[in-house]
Design a protein around this ligand. Structure first.
Ligand SMILES: Nc1ncnc2c1ncn2[C@@H]1O[C@H](COP(=O)(O)OP(=O)(O)OP(=O)(O)O)[C@@H](O)[C@H]1O
Ligand SMILES: [Mg+2]
Ligand SMILES: [Zn+2]
Length: 363
C-alpha cells in the first residue's frame, strides 16, 4: 500500500478504543490528517477523559501508521472534548455544569460516598474538570472524605463558592448546617435546601458534577431525580441479596423519571486479606453482574472490601489520590472512564443553541 490519506486511515482502523470496542476512524475521532513526504500528522479527539490511556494509544497509533509503506515520522495529537448531554425532558441545564451524574443506592452504608469521592477524583485524574455535591442530608460525608471544612465564602450574599481540594470543587450540606438540624427536615424542606445548594453554588466550568444522593428511594430522592438535570445515574450496591433488592428499587426510580442508568457498581464485593492477599467472596460471587444482566443495564465493576479503601476515604485522601498506582485506584479509573464513555454516548444537549421563542400578543 502506498502512502495516501485513505491508506493511512485504513491502517489506523486497527487501533481499537478499549472502552467502546470501535476503531477511532469509524467514530470520526481521527481528524486533520496531514501528509508531507514521509511525515504524517493527525489528531485524535476523544469524547471522554482518558489521560492514563494516552501513552498506550499514542504508541498504538504510531505503530499502525508505520505499517503503511513510506511513513517515516508520525505525529499524533490526542485530546479530549467533553460535551453536554441531554437530561430529563423539560429540565434545564445548570450554568457552568456540562453533565450531572447522580450516585445513588437503595440503602445506606453500601459505600455510595466512598464511590462518589473516588469516582470524582478518578475523572479528575483522567483530565476532566469535576465537582462533587454532597446531597446526603442524613449523613453528609464528603467534607471528611474530600477533606474540606469551614463555611463556604460568598461575595454577594446569595451565591456560594465551592471548596476546592485534590483539584475537585466541593459543596456539602455538611458545610452549611449541622447534622442534627438537617436530619429533622421533612421532604419538601430537604428538597428545597438541596436544590438551593445545587443552584446557588458558583460551579466553575465543570465537565462533570457528581451528586452523592441520600440513600434510598423515598420522596426526596424521587423529587430530586425529577428536578435536577441529570445526564445519568450510577447505582452502588453490595453483594448481599437484600441490598440487591434495594438497588433494584433505585434502578426503577430512575427509570420512572427518565434518568438513564449508566451502570451498577458492586462495592465490598470480595475480601482481600491484608496479610496474604488471598481473596474471599464473603457475600457470594457475581451478584452485581447478575442484577445488571437481569435489568439490561451495564455492570461497571467490583471494588474489594479493603482496609486501604476505608482508611484512605475516611481520612480525607481517598485511594485514587493516596495510592494512585494501586489496584483499587486502577479499578476506580477504569470505572470513571466507562462512566464518561456512557455519558459521551448519550444524545447531545442542544438547548443552549436554540433561541427561546416567546409568542406575545399585542392587544
Ligand atoms: N470498598 C470498601 N472497602 C472497605 N471499606 C469501605 C469500602 N467502601 C466503603 N467503605 C467504608 O464503609 C463505610 C461506609 O461507606 P460510605 O460512607 O461510602 O457508605 P454510604 O453508602 O455513603 O453510607 P451512608 O448511607 O451512611 O451515606 C465507610 O467507613 C467507608 O470508608
Ligand atoms: Mg454516604
Ligand atoms: Zn490471609
Amino acid at each position: 500500500m502506498s502512502l495516501t490519506e485513505s491508506s493511512l486511515l485504513a491502517a489506523l482502523t486497527s487501533v481499537q478504543d478499549p472502552h467502546t470496542g470501535k476503531d477511532f476512524v469509524s467514530t470520526r475521532a481521527v481528524r486533520n490528517v496531514q501528509i508531507s513526504g514521509g511525515d504524517v500528522a493527525f489528531d485524535v479527539e476523544l469524547g471522554y477523559p482518558a489521560q492514563s490511556l494516552v501513552p498506550e494509544l499514542r504508541r498504538a497509533f504510531i505503530a499502525a501508521a508505520k505499517t503503511v509503506a513510506g511513513v517515516d515520522n508520525v505525529s499524533v495529537n490526542i485530546s479530549t472534548k467533553i460535551q453536554s448531554h441531554s437530561v430529563q425532558r423539560g429540565v434545564q441545564l445548570l450554568p457552568g455544569v456540562k453533565n450531572i451524574i447522580a450516585v445513588a443506592s437503595g440503602k445506606g452504608g453500601v459505600g455510595k460516598s466512598t464511590t462518589s469521592a473516588n469516582l470524582a477524583l478518578a475523572l479528575a485524574a483522567e483530565g476532566a474538570r469535576v465537582g462533587v455535591l454532597d446531597a446526603d442530608i442524613y449523613g453528609p460525608s464528603q467534607t471528611m472524605m474530600l477533606g474540606v471544612s469551614g463555611k463556604p465564602e460568598s461575595s454577594d450574599g446569595k451565591t456560594m463558592e465551592p471548596k476546592i481540594n485534590h483539584g475537585v470543587q466541593v459543596m456539602s450540606i455538611g458545610l452549611l448546617v449541622d447534622n442534627d438540624q438537617a436530619m429533622i427536615w421533612r421532604g419538601p424542606m430537604a428538597v428545597q435546601a438541596l436544590e438551593q445548594m445545587l443552584r446557588q453554588t458558583n460551579w466553575k466550568d465543570l465537565d462533570y458534577l457528581i451528586i452523592d444522593l441520600p440513600p434510598g428511594t423515598g420522596d426526596i430522592q424521587l423529587t430530586l431525580s425529577q428536578r435536577v438535570p441529570m445526564t445519568g445515574a450510577v447505582v452502588v450496591t453490595t453483594p448481599q441479596d437484600i441490598a440487591l433488592l434495594d438497588a433494584k428499587k433505585g434502578i426503577q426510580m430512575f427509570e420512572k423519571v427518565g434518568v438513564p442508568i449508566l451502570g451498577v457498581v458492586e462495592n465490598m464485593a470480595m475480601h482481600v486479606c491484608s496479610n496474604c492477599g488471598h481473596v474471599e467472596h464473603i457475600f457470594g460471587n457475581g451478584g452485581g453482574a447478575r442484577m445488571a444482566a437481569d435489568y439490561h443495564i451495564d455492570f461497571l465493576g467490583s471494588l474489594p472490601l479493603s482496609m486501604q479503601i476505608r482508611e484512605q476515604a475516611d481520612s480525607g485522601t481517598p485511594t485514587v489520590v493516596a495510592s494512585p498506582d494501586s489496584e483499587a485506584a486502577q479499578i476506580y479509573k477504569k470505572l470513571a472512564r466507562d462512566v464518561a464513555v456512557k455519558v459521551a454516548q448519550k444524545a447531545k444537549d442542544f438547548s443552549a443553541k436554540f433561541p427561546t421563542i416567546t409568542v406575545s400578543q399585542n392587544t
